[in-house]
Design a protein around this ligand. Structure first.
Ligand code: SAH
Length: 340
């Protein structure tokens, strides 16, 4: 799907198992509670949206007892509260950590902007809503200390549906900022956290405004229930007895949504691959003939639909390639100047 959609190169694809196994003993609460927590971490926002938050603790408590009966694990009860699901989610975040770190290193290997613009899509609420972001900030800050010790600021946009409980994230923010500062040192620049309520099935950020985008446990959130589910009697998802047409209907919907998601994000993320400020600075320093007193960067018009130039569209792109990549002299030497 990523290849067919075409906006991104897939450098790395790693799958890992989340803790679903009812017999996994690595958790403090094992068995049925594991299963119930997992289901809760995925389904809670939808169920809360439909039925209100008051039934949720009780509902998953009963689900837990039901699972316990199914797997012969004795678990007596489960109280409500976000802390219970946070354990299951935290575990997923920990498992994903090394892959997240690798992606950050790849993304910023050629330089880190002075203000790093990050987003977490489908951030949810509760104690873990800021976990991934704090991991990302720590990793980038660590890289920045090793690279050039420049003070970096962070602009973080947390996205979820407008009905998400953003207040739940924002009231603990002062403590979050303090904790960040304490875990790092004075070399960590300011960090600004904002909310962007809206659906990631549509555009949510300006063009080329993000340096790094994170999203976890959200791929199963479809934009709509696909048509043709009437035959899926007695189920609200793909179950053992679901007919192939139902599986196909969900698959088609997922493919449409995910392709659209990739296309939209490719417009919002800054394109990589150009020499960054850091790269140029390092090269000038290493070569050694000049002192670099001042280095400024500005954006050239690459966008084929940018109307702010006299000649727009394809000509823009062609000019940009001709000038910026300096291909003209190479081509002229090889093929002669007349064809250029
Ligand atoms: N990323 C968090 C939460 C995962 S739950 C974690 O890993 O723990 C998925 C979240 O995606 C929910 O909070 C849900 O409200 C949000 N979500 C679902 N559909 C969405 C959409 N179309 N746009 C934005 N957020 C969405």
């Amino acid at each position: 799907m990523v290849q067919e959609e075409g906006s991104f190169n897939l450098d790395k694809l790693v799958t890992f198992e989340a803790s679903w196994d009812p017999f996994d003993e690595s958790d403090k609460y094992r068995g049925a509670l594991n299963v119930a927590n997992y289901m809760r971490s995925i389904a809670e926002p939808t169920l809360t949206g439909h039925f209100g938050g008051t039934i949720i603790g009780n509902l998953f408590g009963r689900y837990c007892q039901y699972s316990a009966a199914m797997v012969f694990v004795k678990v007596l009860h489960m109280n409500g509260g976000s802390g219970k699901t946070s354990y299951a989610k935290k575990k997923m975040i920990l498992e994903a950590r090394p892959f997240l770190e690798d992606s950050i290193k790849d993304a910023f290997s050629s330089g880190i902007p002075s203000c790093v613009k990050l987003s977490d899509l489908g951030c949810s609420s509760g104690p873990n809503a800021l976990s991934a972001i704090s991991e990302i900030i720590h990793t980038i800050h660590g890289m920045s200390k090793r690279m050039d010790c420049k003070l970096r600021e962070f602009l973080v946009s947390l996205n979820d549906l407008p009905g998400n409980d953003f207040n739940n994230i924002f009231s603990p923010l002062p403590d979050f900022y303090k904790k960040l500062k304490k875990e790092e040192d004075d070399t960590l620049g300011h960090c600004f956290i904002t909310e962007v309520p809206g659906s990631f099935h549509g555009r949510i950020f300006p063009s080329r405004s993000l340096d790094f985008l994170h999203s976890s446990c959200k791929a199963h959130w479809l934009s709509q229930a696909p048509a043709g589910l009437e035959k899926n009697k007695g189920h609200i998802y793909i179950a053992n007895g679901s007919p192939p047409t139902v599986i196909q209907a969900y698959t088609n919907q997922f493919q449409r949504d995910f392709s659209l998601f990739l296309g939209l994000r490719s417009e919002e993320i800054k394109p990589g691959g150009c020499s960054s400020e850091g790269e140029v600075r390092t090269m000038v320093q290493e070569e050694g003939s000049f002192n670099l007193d001042k280095l400024e960067t500005f954006e050239a018009s690459w966008d084929p639909f940018d109307e702010s130039y006299k000649y727009r569209g394809a000509q823009n792109v062609a000019n940009c390639i001709r000038i910026v990549t300096n291909t003209e002299p190479t081509l002229a030497t090889h093929f002669g100047g007349t064809i250029i």
